[in-house]
Design a protein around this ligand. Structure first.
Ligand SMILES: [Fe+2]
Length: 521
């Protein structure tokens, strides 16, 4: 049976002032920066509790590395929903997996009427730390983000995407050009149905008080089914293209719009349709033009891309893929708090993700003959006027199967994004949460593994890549399951791909398990 992970999904207190950590080994004095992480940290108000892991109130964490020491602090995001819930000591607003109950102070008629109101989008930005125009924001997938101060984790300003561009949200995984221009994607819902939009935010402010000013929709893509657009958690970007992956995780808009009326949570409007292809849409970053050629492949689900780059007329796109897209609702809190056989059952019904590469030919025209292989790897065939069918190439050997596949991939973004690259990192999933740290070598598709002994787990990887010219260090968080405390572990990057440990800092407070973050030197 799998070990219980219930301690990783319980509410914790904040640590609003920096506290010191116990350092073992050596943290080189030339590493200087902040590791910022985000994730849910409070799962109940009064006698009400959230149902889904993603619903918990955003907690921001800061690990400051300086002069061989590490301090830690954390704060809850002061979102409107956090403030309202705290004031009324109940769950006031609905989240992804939790439908808020009507206000008990309203009379019966008012409560009946409130069922016909649409669910208000949450501003509980619990997924990631992101940057726009040099400012730090925390983000979820709705239209609301919060600008925050990375030094003291204070909530500064609520920002609404829909005030700047006609979108109803944006992902928590933007991409960045080297000059700081950011790209993101968000849906819009008009009278004719949904559209997928690609958004560009300029790299710099013209005035100090600006937020998303100057953001533009670069292009809009029509979904295959307008009332059932695909859910997407992220997208890919190469030097010249934005790549949108339309996967068969579908959003039933009718169900979503009527969820309050039907007394159901929003997450129940999302479903997996494994009978449909996954489709890659290519968009030129320069012209905003959507390629008429669509690259189809058999159904897979994806949450995180690894990298994408162009080489010799092909676009290589590497991503973590799962043949089963039913995972989202497995992350209900009640599932994560199970133990014994019941917990094993949840794990066994959750799809595993594996790193795969698709090699998309860029020069397909009406003259291109159908039925022939379009790349040397024999994985692409033009099947129709505007359709190329692609097969993937595995970026791993069979040995990855026994480590539960790989998710939460990370590259050295500043150095490798949109370029040919050799290494990436991720978490192995022999449990519902990451339990090993993997360093993959694309040269021979092997990996190096850090598998902690006993009640330790790796959290999803946020890498601390130092810009130091002579030595490179990679840092990751390791979770102590018994105490819910974390170790920030630093490894030296050596040429043969090994990961010898330099030092670690043990944080002496309870921390919940988080999803994403960034490191800023
Ligand atoms: Fe993510």
């Amino acid at each position: 049976g799998l070990e219980t992970i219930a301690p990783l999904v319980r509410s914790v207190e904040e640590t609003p002032e920096p506290i010191s950590t116990e350092v073992q080994g050596t943290i080189p004095s030339w590493i200087h920066g902040n590791l910022l992480r985000n994730g849910p940290g409070k799962f109940e108000f009064g006698n009400r509790h959230y149902n889904h892991w993603f619903d918990g109130m955003a907690m921001l964490h800061q690990f400051r590395i300086s002069e061989g020491r590490v301090t830690y602090m954390s704060r809850f995001l002061h979102s409107d929903v956090y403030k309202k819930n705290s004031e009324q000591d109940r769950i006031v607003m609905s989240e992804f997996g939790t439908l808020a109950l009507p206000d008990p102070c309203k009379n019966v008629f008012q409560r009946f009427l409130s069922r016909f109101e649409m669910i208000e989008p949450t501003d509980n930005a619990s997924v990631n730390f992101v940057k726009y125009k040099g400012d730090y924001y925390v983000s979820t997938e709705t239209n609301f983000m919060h600008r925050v101060d990375p030094e003291n984790l204070e909530t500064l300003e609520k920002v609404d995407w829909s005030k700047f561009v006609a979108v109803n949200g944006a992902t928590a995984h933007p991409h960045y050009d080297p000059d700081g221009t950011s790209y993101n994607m968000g849906n819009s819902y008009g009278r004719k149905g949904a559209l997928y939009n690609i958004i560009r935010v300029p790299p710099e402010k013209s005035e100090a008080t600006e937020t998303l000013h100057g953001a533009k929709v670069l292009c809009s893509i029509v979904p295959q089914h307008k009332s059932r657009p695909s859910y997407y958690h992220s997208f890919a970007m190469s030097e010249n293209y934005v790549v949108f992956i339309e996967q068969p995780i579908k959003m039933d808009l009718l169900k979503i719009v009527t969820c309050r009326l039907r007394g159901r949570a929003l997450c129940e409007g999302i479903y997996w349709d494994g009978g449909q292809d996954t489709v890659f849409h290519l968009v030129s970053k320069h012209t905003g033009e959507v390629s008429t050629v669509k690259y189809h492949t058999k159904a897979f689900a994806t949450f995180h891309q690894i990298n994408a780059f162009e080489e010799d007329g092909f676009l290589m796109i590497d991503l973590c893929c799962s043949d089963n897209g039913q995972a989202i609702n497995n992350y209900l809190i009640q599932n994560l708090r199970k133990s014994g056989e019941a917990l094993d059952e949840v794990y066994n019904s959750t799809g595993r993700a594996f790193p795969r590469r698709f090699v998309l030919p860029l020069h397909v025209t009406s003259q291109t003959a159908a039925g022939h292989n379009l790349n040397t790897r024999e994985t692409c065939v033009k099947t129709d006027k505007d359709t190329v069918f692609c097969q993937h190439e595995d970026l791993h050997g069979d040995d990855l199967l026994e480590f539960g596949g790989l998710e939460f991939p990370q590259i050295n973004y500043g150095r490798c994004n949109t370029k040919p690259y050799r290494y990436f990192y991720g978490c192995g999933f022999r449990h519902l949460v990451g339990d090993s740290l993997l360093k993959m070598d694309l040269k021979d598709k092997t990996f190096k593994l850090q598998r902690p002994a006993g009640a330790l787990r790796w959290t999803p990887v946020t890498l601390v890549f130092t810009p130091h010219s002579r030595q490179r260090v990679v840092g990751c968080l390791q979770k102590r399951l018994l105490t819910s405390t974390d170790d920030l572990c630093l490894f030296r990057q050596v040429l043969d791909g090994r990961l010898p440990e330099l030092g670690r800092a043990n944080v002496p407070v309870n921390m919940p398990y988080g999803f994403h973050g960034i490191y800023e030197a």
